[in-house]
Design a protein around this ligand. Structure first.
Ligand code: HEM
Length: 146
């Protein structure tokens, strides 16, 4: 059974701000047949079983993603804002924090680090080139004066 951190109805999810049901990824992975289909989209778990026959993109694509993280595929399709609104109907809970990949939060610090190192990469050659220019000018002016 899923790991539940808090009580409360896990039906509509969005309306109830006081409690969240957490699911482990292994729990989600078990719901991968047409009898029961769960998907993870951006750290949220959706039970799309009853949506299978209604999905405008067809049931095959949902079956392909069944029990897995479908965030990328969902975004790749470029779903409309209506489709994003529809997600709420199928929301049943969140992925357990221990199973969350550093998707958003973990990315930023590494981004900053990369940016910092980029900065260092171009500053050193530029300063080096300027110094070299000065040295060249110095030696050229010395050789012409003597
Ligand atoms: C609960 C999750 C999902 C909902 C509520 C949903 C909803 C929708 C809706 C409303 C459309 C009609 C076009 C639009 O309004 O954007 C659509 C189209 C489509 N969806 Fe989904 N979708 C879901 C998940 C997925 C996933 C995981 C895939 C995986 C690839 C997918 C693939 C597609 C495709 C291929 C189309 C057809 C796009 C087109 O014809 O231009 N959908 N979906």
């Amino acid at each position: 059974m899923a790991a539940v951190d808090a009580s409360g109805s896990n039906g509509k999810g969005q309306g109830v701000e006081t409690s969240v049901t957490y699911y482990r990824l292994e729990e989600v992975a078990k719901r991968n047949s047409s009898k029961e289909i769960w998907l993870v989209i951006h750290g949220r778990v959706y039970d799309v079983t009853r949506f299978l026959n209604e999905h405008p993109g067809g049931e095959e694509v949902l079956l392909e993603q069944a029990g897995a993280d479908a965030s990328e595929s969902f975004e790749d399709v470029g779903h409309s804002s209506d489709a994003r609104e529809m997600l709420k109907q199928y929301y049943i809970g969140d992925v357990h924090p221990n199973d969350l990949k550093p998707e958003g939060g973990g990315k930023d610090p590494s981004k900053n680090n990369t940016c910092k190192s980029c900065w260092i990469y171009w500053v050193f050659p530029v300063v080096g080139a300027i110094l070299l220019g000065f040295l060249c000018r110095y030696y050229t002016s010395e050789s012409t004066s003597s």
